[in-house]
Design a protein around this ligand. Structure first.
Ligand SMILES: CC(C)(COP(=O)(O)OP(=O)(O)OC[C@H]1O[C@@H](n2cnc3c(N)ncnc32)[C@H](O)[C@@H]1OP(=O)(O)O)[C@@H](O)C(=O)NCCC(=O)NCCS
Length: 157
C-alpha cells in the first residue's frame, strides 16, 4: 500500500471526534499505521485483516478524529474504568500532526475515566507529548517487559 504524503494540511481544519465507534474502517486505519511507520504496508491475509480490527472492537474506549469522512487520528484504551487504564495505538496522520489532534484524543480518554491510573508505553521524543498531558515517569525500579506483536514492522528488533 502507498504511504500517505507527509505534506502538512494548510487549510483551516474542522475535526470532529467520535468516542462511540470502535469498528473503525480497516482500510483507513491500516493507511494510518503505514503512514506513521508502524506497518510496512504489506498485503494482509483475510485472517490478519479481520484480526487487525479486533483489538479496537475489544477495547474499552476508542476515540477517533475525522476530517469529514476521512479518519485522521485514533487512540484506544483498555481500562477497568476505576483503577487502571492503558493507552494503546495513538496515531495521527502525518500531515495533520502538530494541530492539537493527538492531545485532544488523549484528553478525551482521560476525561472518560477520571481518577484512574494511566499507563502508556512510548519511546523517542514522544514522552514530551505525554508529559504535557500530565503523565510522569514511573519509578526507576520499574522494568517494562514484552513480547512483540506480529502486526508491527520491526517487531523482532
Ligand atoms: C504522537 C502524536 C500522536 C502526536 O499527535 P499530534 O496531533 O501531532 O500532537 P499535538 O499537536 O497535540 O502536540 C502537542 C504537543 O506535543 C508535541 N509533540 C507531538 N508529537 C510529538 C512527538 N512525537 N514527540 C515529541 N513531541 C511531540 C507537539 O510539538 C506539541 O508540543 P508544543 O505544544 O510544545 O508545540 C503524533 O505525532 C503521531 O501520530 N506520531 C506517530 C505515532 C506515535 O508515535 N504515537 C505515539 C504512540 S505512544
Amino acid at each position: 500500500m502507498r504511504k500517505l504524503s507527509a505534506q502538512k494540511v494548510s487549510v483551516r481544519m474542522n475535526i470532529s471526534y467520535n468516542d462511540v465507534m470502535k469498528d473503525l474502517p480497516f482500510g483507513q486505519l491500516y493507511e494510518l499505521f503505514i503512514a506513521v511507520g508502524w506497518s510496512d504496508g504489506g498485503e494482509l491475509s483475510d485472517n490478519m485483516k479481520a484480526g487487525f480490527i479486533k483489538p479496537w472492537i475489544h477495547s474499552t474506549l476508542v476515540v477517533s478524529a475525522w476530517d469529514g469522512d476521512r479518519l485522521v487520528g485514533a487512540v484506544r484504551v483498555l481500562s477497568d474504568t476505576i483503577f487502571r487504564s492503558v493507552i494503546y495505538d495513538l496515531l495521527v496522520a502525518p500531515e495533520y500532526q502538530g494541530n492539537g489532534i493527538g492531545s485532544e484524543l488523549v484528553r478525551r480518554c482521560l476525561e472518560r475515566f477520571p481518577g484512574s491510573g494511566w499507563l502508556v508505553c512510548t519511546e523517542g521524543e514522544t514522552p514530551y507529548f505525554y508529559k504535557k498531558l500530565g503523565f510522569t515517569g514511573m519509578k526507576e525500579t520499574d522494568t517494562v517487559l514484552g513480547i512483540p506483536c506480529k502486526y508491527f514492522a520491526n517487531s523482532t528488533e
